[in-house]
Design a protein around this ligand. Structure first.
Ligand code: PLP
Length: 380
């Protein structure tokens, strides 16, 4: 990572005023094709799927934030994941978290699984279990930390040592933490993936994905796939992510502080049997989170003592927390993973407790959020 501070990088990395006009924000380049002086002689762009200047600015900016030598933007988080999963050949194995995001599980089990890729769901906080699951044909260890929706913490450094001993790559989905809170490549990961749809975009108005790496072979393959399979984001979407990303640090500072207060509040509510938040001393991953994250994030999950019926009542009762999928934006959201974001893992080893509620804490006034939750919990 460069010498400059993270907030400086958010505003300036990869982004100089436009050379021709002085515009201080990157232009949205809509051209699909570029004039060539002679056959094969051009200014670096030929066709917008292969390379686009607005996308290029986003790729430079987010690579710098992750401390990566290469980065590739995709049309969604799952499109980015799909490119990385294509490192695997039939018969290869992937170790995945036993509470991976439902869409990641579906992509691995029901798309890549159809082509002979095998996978082993493991609790990544149990390093003995990870070591036992690693076989010679394990090509990838796939980690999320914090996980969605249980907010479990995996030790990135230890996982990378285990993966590398067996010749596998460690991929970290850094969507929940963002490079502001955690930089997996510096901790030993080989590849970082993102859903830019969440905190990076930050305003619930753009879908996108990203792959960042310092591994030349991986970069070469992902760059090839970005063009060959073509799941690229539009120039406008790239601009939207760049715009949102500039305020990532100030947004997350406030959101993390509010999430910590909300977690403490929930821990005192009789209707709540368990609060899952890595910032709480009681969280089993608290010490590792403290060591590898700068703050504990703005996602909070909790389990209702009254089970699924109580969870559904609470999810329907909040007024400021909007009942909706997704996360990471300025407005607070509430959802019921078992029936919403994680429905695709129903009946699998990754099934989510139906009494669990997930909150994405936004930027509203904290007292209003606490009052909203308090009123909803009274109906649990
Ligand atoms: N990874 C995580 C942790 C997610 O929460 C999500 C979406 O919710 C994704 C990946 C997929 O991203 P996208 O919805 O942008 O395809």
């Amino acid at each position: 990572m460069s010498e400059q501070g993270f907030e400086t990088l958010l505003i300036h990395a990869g982004q100089q005023p436009d050379k021709e006009t002085g515009a201080v924000v990157p232009p949205i380049h809509l051209a699909t094709t570029y004039a060539q002086e002679q056959v094969g002689r051009h200014k670096g762009y030929e066709y917008s799927r292969s390379g686009n200047p607005t996308r290029g600015v986003l790729e430079s900016a987010l690579s710098a934030l992750e401390g990566a030598s290469a980065g590739f933007a995709f049309a969604s988080g799952l499109a980015a994941e799909d490119a990385v999963l294509r490192f695997c050949r039939p018969g290869d194995r992937i170790v995945i978290p036993n509470d991976a995001y439902g869409g990641t599980y579906r992509l691995i089990a029901r798309v890549h699984g159809e082509y002979g890729i095998e996978f082993a769901p493991v609790d990544l906080s149990d390093l003995d279990a990870v070591a036992a699951a690693l076989e010679t044909r394990t090509r990838l260890v796939w980690a999320e930390t914090p996980t969605n929706p249980h907010l479990r913490i995996a030790d990135i450094g230890s996982l990378s040592r285990l993966a590398h001993e067996r010749g596998a790559r460690l991929v970290v989905d850094n969507t929940f933490a963002t490079p502001y809170l955690q930089r997996p490549l510096a901790l030993g990961a080989d590849v970082v993936v993102h859903s830019m749809t969440k905190y990076l975009g930050g305003h619930s108005d753009v879908v996108g994905g990203f792959v960042a790496t310092n591994d030349e072979e991986a970069a070469e393959r992902v760059g090839f796939l970005q063009n060959a399979a073509g799941a690229v984001p539009s120039p406008f979407d790239c601009y939207m992510v760049l715009r949102g990303m500039k305020t990532l640090a100030v947004r997350l500072d406030r959101q993390c502080a509010s999430a910590a207060s909300i977690a403490s509040f929930l821990a005192e509510q009789p209707a709540v049997s368990e609060v899952l938040y890595p910032g709480l001393d009681s969280h089993p991953g608290h010490e590792i989170a403290k060591a590898q994250m700068s703050q504990f994030g703005a996602m909070v999950s909790f389990i209702l003592a009254g089970g699924e019926a109580a969870a559904l009542r609470v999810a329907a009762a909040t007024k400021l927390f909007t009942l909706a999928e997704s996360l990471g934006a300025v407005e607070s959201l509430i959802e019921h993973p078992a029936r919403m974001t994680h429905l695709s893992v129903a009946g699998s080893a990754l099934e989510v407790d139906p009494g669990l509620i997930r909150l994405s804490v936004g930027l509203e006034t904290l007292d209003d959020l606490l009052a909203d939750l308090g009123a909803a919990l009274a109906k649990a």
